[in-house]
Ligand binder design. Structure first.
Ligand code: HEC
Length: 273
């Protein structure tokens, strides 16, 4: 009996593995700071960046954090051949935020996983765009060496996930975003939703977990002008909104164009059950 049970247990375990393997090629919880410190060959280093959550307009706030090059952590946690295991690195945060970034981005730009501030101040940040104060950044925070890099500065905080607890290499399928029947002229809108919205929201079950619901359904129940205003100036549409304004480092006309393309895509994409 014991054997039969463990046999079925193993089959069930295998089935779970197979289902996951379809997407997550290799994933791991990030260990606590002290454990990773023991695993890393080189000591943690200080890195100075312009903190995008605190920088407003041309006033850049420089902060020094302490941590490790992201590529070195991936090598330790995901294996030496991490660059060949999937096209996308996925970061999952304690608050449901999911950030998916191409592997090749980490080969081109310098990113760090940090765990403290060098000046000993609390490891928190005021997220000005999301109306949130003293947000804890730990256990791990992904930052980019943006000081001499205007393109990275222009991205704002979008690719700086904090409270990161898990990293994975994934094969991301866009099938849910581009179902059959979607007019090809809405494809650019799908790409914009991926860039600007799916860290927190879902379309047809695909995306982050910070907010419940399917954006495609929400858009169908929304007025175009109200929806665009919510994306461009969330605080104007709601008191105490914690959603960040759409890329507020881009020119206004460009922001409007992106918001419009996003709405039109969300209205057009067939809602999957
Ligand atoms: C950093 C996370 C985050 C990102 C990125 C984000 N949102 Fe939100 N969004 C929220 C949160 C949180 C709320 C809940 C209301 C609030 O606190 O502002 C929300 C609310 C909304 C609502 C209102 C939903 C309802 O039923 O009341 C819509 C619509 C919406 N977001 C659309 C978008 C679109 C479209 C994008 C991309 C351009 C986007 N959001 C990007 C976090 C985010």
């Amino acid at each position: 009996m014991q054997n039969v049970l463990s046999f079925f247990g193993r089959i069930a375990g295998l089935a779970v593995l197979l289902v996951c393997a379809a997407r997550t090629v290799h994933g791991a919880e990030l260990p606590p700071v002290e454990t990773l410190q023991r695993l890393m060959t080189d000591p943690a280093q200080a890195v100075q960046v312009y903190e995008p959550h605190l920088s407003v307009g041309d006033r850049h706030v420089a902060i020094r954090y302490v941590g490790y090059p992201a590529a070195a952590v991936f090598e330790r946690i995901l294996g030496k051949d991490w660059q060949g295991k999937g096209e996308t690195v996925e970061f999952r945060a304690l608050d449901g935020y999911v950030s998916r970034l191409p592997v090749r981005r980490f080969l081109r730009e310098r990113a760090y996983l940090v765990f403290a501030r060098q000046d000993g101040a609390p490891f928190t940040v005021n997220n000005l765009r999301q109306n949130e104060k003293d947000v804890p950044l730990g256990p791990w925070y992904l930052i980019w060496d943006n000081i001499a890099n205007p393109a990275l500065i222009a991205e704002g905080a979008r690719n700086w996930p904090y409270q990161v607890k898990e990293i994975s290499l994934v094969a991301v399928s866009d099938a849910a975003l581009l179902p059959k029947g979607l007019d090809p002229r809405f494809r650019p809108g799908a790409a914009l939703v991926k860039t600007h919205c799916l860290q927190c929201h879902k379309v047809n079950g695909f995306g982050g977990e910070k907010f419940e619901g399917n954006l495609a359904e929400i858009a169908r129940d929304s007025d175009r002008a109200d929806f665009l205003r919510l994306l461009l100036v969330p605080a104007a549409q709601r008191d105490g909104a914690t959603m960040p304004a759409l890329s507020d480092r881009l020119p206004e006309a460009e922001r409007r164009r992106i918001a419009g393309a996003i709405f039109d895509y969300l209205r057009a994409v067939p809602v999957l059950p």
